[in-house]
Write a protein that binds this ligand. Sequence first.
Ligand code: GLU
Length: 261
Amino acid sequence: MIVTRFAPSPTGLLHLGSAYAALFAWTKARAAGGRFLLRIEDIDTQRCRPDFTTAIVEDLRWLGLDWDGGLRIQSEHAAEYDAVIATLAARGLAYRCWCSRADIQAHASAPHGPEGAIYPGTCRLLSAAEQQARAGEPFAWRLHLAAALRETGPLTRDPRPFGDVVIGRKHTPGSYHLCVTHDDALQGVSLVTRAVDLEAATAIHEVLQRLMGWPVPAYEFHRLLTNPDGTRLAKRDRSVGIRALREDGYSPARVRAMVGF
Ligand code: GLU
C-alpha cells in the first residue's frame, strides 16, 4: 500500500507552494487507495511556533485534505531521535563537534557542498581527553561519513558533497536529516514526495536509512512553485498565503485550481 505524507515545518502560514506539496502527496495516496499522513517537523523550536501548526492544520482542512491517524509532532519525540544518535555514536558513526560556524568558515579552503562549507573534520580528530575537557560546552553531533560509507554498500546518490553533516545537538533533538528519516521509517512511509530543492539531501537520508536498517522509500520530486519572476514564494508574502486567499473570498476549489489540483 502506498503511504505518503506532508511534513511541513511550522515557521509560517501555509502558502500556495506548501499547499501544492500537500495536495501532491495527498493525491498520490488517495488515487492509489493508500494512506496519507500529516507530520509537523518542528524540531527547530527557535523558528517553529505552535500557532502556525494550528493554522496549517486548519488551512489544510479548509482545502479539503484529510489524513489518516493523528498528527505526529516531532518536538514531542526527542527521546527517539536521541536514541538513534546514541546508537550511531556507539558504532563509531557519529562524533561530537564543538566548532562554531565561524570556525568552519575560517577554513577558507574548505570545499562547498549543498549545505555550505563542508565540515573539515576538526573534531573528528580530537583525543578522548580533549573531548572530555569540552564535555560541558554546547556541541553538535556529526555523522562520520567516511566510516558510514564503509557500512552502507552502494547508494543511489552520492552523499559526499555533504560531508559530516550535523545530525543532532546537545540541547535539541535530531537534525532535519535524522528526524525525517527516522519518522518516515517509523510511520511506514513508502513514497516520499518532496520539492526538487530537497533532492540532493536525499543522498544523506539514504545513508542514514542503510545504517539504521530502515527501508529506503521511493522518492518523487515535484517542482517548486515560484512567483512569476522566478523567485521563491515567501511565507511572509500575504498574496500567496492560503489564509489571505480565504479572507479575500476565494473558494477551496479555486485555490486548489491555482496550483493545478
Ligand atoms: N519539513 C520539510 C520542510 O518543511 C520537508 C520534509 C521533507 O520532505 O523532507 O521543508
